[in-house]
Design a protein around this ligand. Sequence first.
Ligand SMILES: [Zn+2]
Length: 308
Amino acid sequence: MVPIHLSLHEPADHDRVNSTLLKKISDVLLRSKRIIFITGAGISRSSGIPDFRSPGGIYHTSKSHKIPGALLGRDVFSAHSMENSNSRSQFYCFIADLKTLADGAQPSPTHHFIDSLGTQGKILRSYTQNIDGLEKKAGLLNQDRYISSEIPSTSRSSKCVELHGNIHSVRCTLCSSKYECTAEILARFHKGDGSKCPECLTRVEQRKMYRKHPISVGMLRPDVLLYEEHNPVGEEVLKQIKQDLALHPDLLIIMGTSLRIPEVKKMVKSFAVSMKVSSGARNILSRDRDPKQSQNPPEIWIRLTTAV
Ligand SMILES: [Zn+2]
């Protein structure tokens, strides 16, 4: 078992140490055949997408902060923001700004790094907490690119799992129908408004034709997971994790996340323990962040734990 911690922002006198660590990481990557990635907002920062919690992050720079009484910090991403029209409008504006930013962004070197390991047949799965959709732009959601003889065909579902949805799709608040977030829907979000669900509207018309009682029409909301909200794809994700655990991953790489989300922390522990690296798991879980960088989290903070 080899837990490895590497900061790319260490002072110059640590260059030699980092160089040794990079060599170790390179060796481990060469040997590994079933890698699990768990990534967070840090891997998109160099693409121009701010993270959430740092001083320059989304929680502190959203335009909605200029509005008196606006939601602050993580409350923007709370399920409660959907409960009244004022906070819902703020949430829609916030998501519209973020989507506009993501539409103009390109995948970072880290996304390409993950993709390159995928095309070499080394990745079992990449789980991302990010909602910016840059994994898709990098090709990570296209499983046809990652056929590998090392990994059984049952595991050839998408190489990337978006744990918290993405801002490029919307879903109905009533019937859960999913749609692409079109320019028209985005323009309404920018104004703080939602759009009516086409599927619900169709059902309303059909019921009218058959003279049935009218039903409500749902609104299209961003298809992202909010705090205190049930994850609509939670069971699917758990099933995927179980399948991946059964395939005995040989390397766990955690990048760009402070592991603040309990479910993600639990997932990390499951993978680490399955690799029989319980001490490594404790090490990972007890170090939410690099203490030296606590006021200025590094863009990329790599933690690798390997069973090989
Ligand atoms: Zn609907």
